[in-house]
Design a protein around this ligand. Structure first.
Ligand SMILES: NC(=O)c1ccc[n+]([C@@H]2O[C@H](COP(=O)([O-])OP(=O)(O)OC[C@H]3O[C@@H](n4cnc5c(N)ncnc54)[C@H](O)[C@@H]3O)[C@@H](O)[C@H]2O)c1
Ligand SMILES: N[C@H](CO)Cc1c[nH]c[nH+]1
Ligand SMILES: [Zn+2]
Length: 437
């Protein structure tokens, strides 16, 4: 890579040691770093013990914001509204349309309560309720993410969450008007300009000014991820998000520049972001590599892109699309692009991916902003067992068990037998006492 002297690696899936090379490339334990561990331990402890003063001190230290009170770190609704008014018509429309599309998609995810009645009058069911109070973490260190406000706040509102408290760091006091406008559009209730582990701690434990929430959602850097992992149990969390990832599967039918730019789009997030291309056509891999060389110097974030591609990227020659799908399932990427002329038959071959983008026109950047589905997706191979952020993350379920007198006779005998088998006599007797003599 001419810009930095570092190149994206070329691999061949037919090499005997390919899978071990791939596994080494995928391995990522961001928050296992001892330095991050120690910093997060200190920050969580301090905020838990002293509350506002610790948050103020860490915000001064890490975001260079010098304030006397926590109240100065809360933005009034009028400021959110003013930010919305300050946007160009084009920006306001883009935010509104994106928010509408995300809302329409997520409305289909809302679960409803249900029940059924058995012949003897016993009623069983599940009551679905929204969470009372949720904290939204919006990243703000290296870049600003109005789209993340939409992706977190919209499903929360669709679920009917009682109160949404957003935190977003504003390094050097620089506020991003689009982020504040997105908070206004989506009806976020309170916004604090705090970030990092101190913001996660404030939401998890509560402070004199900021009330404790029930769940914290939203992506962030390694400090945020580790802090979320540690407060889980005190509060709920959506997931522990790692750096962004994209995997492109190509048969050489697309445009090399398009694919190169799709790899850049993920790499520009973070030096640890992961962009991988699997392709059946060696000549197309050469063409994408040439596009990378040519286009990289034109990119404002070329340093980050170059580092990300060199650290964790790869252009991989595969023998077939079947092999590409098998490798994709091993990677379980956050985003998967099927960059194929005929992509449909391959959708069912993909078992593990946060989101599948189908065909040359379905580029991940559209999903990041406005297609409709959520852009907060499982990373670090967790698509094997978890799902995109959705309305279901803001709802909880309670079982309803209403047993009729007749039902208690049948179930009482079964419960009594099983309870004696477990040696739990009080359980048995409490069921037996309701049996007719
Ligand atoms: N998965 C997604 O949907 C998604 C969306 C947007 C962003 N992201 C990711 O979120 C991340 C955002 O990271 P970011 O850094 O830009 O913003 P961030 O808001 O996550 O982190 C900034 C905060 O980190 C803390 N911090 C920085 N250095 C520290 C130190 N030395 N000690 C203690 N705390 C420190 C500070 O408190 C600062 O406020 C990126 O990795 C990006 O790729 C993911
Ligand atoms: N690609 C990110 C998730 O991995 C989301 C995002 C926000 N803004 C741009 N992209
Ligand atoms: Zn992105």
């Amino acid at each position: 890579m001419s810009d930095s002297g570092r190149r994206i690696r070329r691999l061949d899936a037919r090499d005997p040691d390919f899978l071990s090379t791939l596994d080494a490339l995928l391995a990522f334990e961001g928050s296992a770093d001892a330095r991050i561990d120690a910093a997060v331990t200190e920050i969580l402890g301090a905020v838990r013990t002293t509350g506002d003063p610790a948050v103020i001190e860490y915000t001064r230290r890490f975001d260079r914001l010098d304030v006397k009170s926590m109240a100065e770190l809360e933005l009034p609704r009028s400021e959110l509204r003013a930010a919305l008014d300050s946007l160009t018509v084009e920006q306001r429309e883009a935010l509104r349309i994106a928010a509408d599309r995300v809302r329409i998609y997520h409305e289909r995810q809302r679960a409803e309560s249900w029940d059924y009645v058995e012949a003897d009058g016993t009623r069983l069911g599940q009551k679905v309720t929204p969470l009372d109070r949720v904290g939204l973490y919006v990243p703000g260190g290296r870049a600003s993410y109005p789209s993340s406000v939409l992706m977190n706040a919209v499903p929360a509102k669709v679920a009917g969450v009682g109160e949404l408290i957003m935190v977003v760091p504003t390094p050097n006091g620089e506020k991003n008007p689009l982020v504040l406008a997105a908070a206004a559009i989506t009806g976020v209730d309170r916004v604090f300009t705090i970030g990092g582990a101190q913001a996660v701690a404030a939401l998890a434990y509560g402070t004199q000014t900021l009330p404790q929430v029930d769940k914290i959602v939203g992506p962030g850097n390694a400090y945020v991820a580790e802090a979320k992992r540690r407060v889980f149990g005190t509060v709920g969390i959506d997931m522990v998000a790692g750096p962004s990832e994209v995997l492109v599967i190509s048969d050489g039918s697309g445009h090399a520049d398009w694919v190169a730019m799709d790899l850049f789009a993920q790499a520009e997030h973070d030096e640890l972001a992961q962009s991988i291309l699997l392709c059946t056509d060696a000549a197309f891999l050469d063409a994408v590599e040439a596009s990378i060389e040519r286009l990289l110097p034109t990119m404002p974030r070329r340093e980050t892109i170059a580092a990300s591609l060199a650290n964790r990227g790869a252009l991989i020659h595969v023998a077939s699309l079947e092999q590409a799908c098998a490798i994709a399932n091993r990677i379980a990427p956050e985003h998967l692009e099927l960059s194929l002329d005929e992509p449909e038959p391959w959708i069912d071959r993909i078992r593990h991916a946060g989101a599948i983008f189908v065909g040359h026109w379905a580029v991940e950047a559209l999903g990041d902003y406005c297609a409709g589905p959520n852009h907060v997706l499982p990373t670090m191979r967790s698509a094997r067992f978890s799902s995109p952020l959705g309305v279901y993350d803001f709802q909880k379920r309670t079982s309803i068990i209403q047993i009729s007198e007749a039902g208690a006779q049948t179930l009482g005998r079964i419960a009594s037998t099983l309870a004696h088998g477990e040696g739990l006599q009080a359980h048995a007797r409490s069921a037996e006492m309701r049996l007719h003599k």
